[in-house]
Ligand binder design. Structure first.
Ligand SMILES: Cc1cc2nc3c(=O)[nH]c(=O)nc-3n(C[C@H](O)[C@H](O)[C@H](O)COP(=O)(O)OP(=O)(O)OC[C@H]3O[C@@H](n4cnc5c(N)ncnc54)[C@H](O)[C@@H]3O)c2cc1C
Length: 398
């Protein structure tokens, strides 16, 4: 296993860094750095710039805009994008439904959806989870009943991220109620404007509304919107969930946040010295940095393993990356809370129309909402308890 980068890979890193730090508007990267909710239009603008340069979907098949890069190149691309605080291409489009359509969709679906999905002309949301069907996803109860050349969909999805922006939703729905639970599920694409689709926002602990309930009441969907074969949706869902690998640790995101925390801690004072010189705080930052370095090396080992094997199957080590990566991202939000200190307490949301001057430094306003919002990272994409089960079974052999 060789963890060193070749001269070509180092040159590739330089090219990526140059692109991300010069082509994506500073204004958008600043929003990401401050931990703000990036506005819809800014996400679209950033993804279109990436797509115009072949950088929105490098992992897709070449025929549909992929780059045929090695796992190492993909890793470097993600790391540099994260460190430059570039909002990543919308995961629902580029990591989830896009690869599923490219692999299992009809030619008509590929033509209709893939270019528009890469360019974020279509905004997708993910309709998998339901009340009572999160970790145990195969228990889902939304039904799709065939009626001539349509399916009629009834049921409820929940935690649907950014459904309020979405043009289309990709759903798992039960097409055979008699079959064993994993066997009777299909993968169906639904236009959000179809009569009978409704959205109810869910307010989260940070005060934002980024998740929703999506309800289907007698929603008629043409059978052409079935992806692949009826009742094979579980296989496509597993392919989709296994598609995201090393980037899941988001080491670059944590590195960028620690850089910012150090800058801010140099400005804040504790007694007669800057906070960054306070020994207890330094110890806490160092502990997170050491763990982050260990995670980065683990991630490189996974990438090196993919480089030597090219086995094409999700590596169970990605569960370790998700687990540790989410814990460290959350740890960085705690460090920022330490820097902000008592200024985390005032309710200071200027989106609600207040116009008094901010209490405390500018960066204080985002610290608590981000801290609360990022609790989600250890829940979505398979909770950390579920990742531990996978590690126990697939790696430790229990
Ligand atoms: C912010 C956010 C955004 C999301 N966005 C989307 C989205 O866009 N689309 C979508 O489809 N879903 C989305 N989800 C849903 C997400 O995938 C589920 O929340 C997740 O799979 C957990 O399911 P659950 O919430 O039903 O919890 P449950 O599965 O009910 O779990 C409750 C608790 O029990 C633990 N647990 C459950 N089973 C086991 C087990 N076998 N062993 C040990 N512990 C267990 C869990 O770890 C958790 O702590 C989102 C979730 C969040 C928080």
């Amino acid at each position: 296993m060789d963890l060193n980068f070749t001269p070509e890979e180092r040159a590739f890193r330089e090219r990526m860094r140059e692109f991300f730090t010069t082509e994506i508007p500073q204004r958008i990267r600043d929003e990401v750095q401050r931990g703000e909710h990036v506005a819809r239009d800014d996400l679209v603008e950033a993804q279109r710039i990436l797509n115009a340069h072949g950088l929105a979907t490098p992992h897709w098949p070449k025929a549909w805009g992929g780059q045929d890069w090695s796992p190492v190149q993909l890793y470097i691309y993600q790391d540099e994008m994260q460190q430059a605080c570039v909002p990543p291409p919308l995961g629902f489009n580029t990591n989830m439904v896009g690869p599923v359509i490219a692999q299992f969709g009809s030619e008509a679906q590929k033509k209709q959806f893939l270019p528009a999905t890469a360019n974020l002309d279509i905004w997708w949301c993910q309709g998998f989870s339901e009340p009572g069907a999160g970790s145990d996803l195969a228990s889902l109860r939304t039904t799709a009943v065939r009626d001539g050349d349509h399916y009629v969909i009834n049921g409820q999805k929940t935690w649907t991220t950014l459904a309020q922006y979405a043009d289309w939703i990709f759903c798992l729905a039960r097409t055979d109620r008699e079959a064993k639970k994993q066997m009777g599920i299909s993968f169906i694409l639904i236009d959000m404007k179809t009569p009978g689709v409704s959205i109810r926002p869910i307010q989260t602990i940070d005060g934002g509304v980024e998740v929703n309930e999506v309800w289907f009441d007698e929603v008629r969907v043409p059978v052409e919107n079935l992806v692949g074969e009826e009742n094979k949706g579980w296989d496509y869902a597993k392919f989709l969930l296994g598609n995201e690998r090393t980037g899941i640790a988001r080491v670059g995101v944590s590195k960028a946040r620690i850089r910012r925390i150090k800058q801010l801690a140099a400005l804040e004072r504790v007694g007669d010295r800057p906070m960054i010189d306070e020994p207890h705080f330094r110890e806490k930052v160092a502990a997170v940095e050491v763990e982050l370095k260990a995670l980065e090396i683990t991630q490189l080992r996974v990438v090196a393993d993919e480089r030597s094997h090219q086995h094409g199957k999700p590596n169970p080590a990605s569960s370790i990356l998700k687990l540790k990566g989410s814990e460290l991202q959350q740890a960085t939000t705690e460090l920022l809370m330490d820097v902000v200190g008592p200024y985390i307490l005032p309710y200071d949301d200027h989106e609600d129309g207040r116009n008094e001057p901010r209490v405390g430094p500018d960066f204080a306003a985002e610290a608590a909402p981000t801290y609360f919002n990022w609790r989600k990272i250890s829940i979505y994409g398979g909770s950390n308890e579920i990742q531990r089960n996978i590690v126990a079974k697939a790696i430790l052999g229990f």
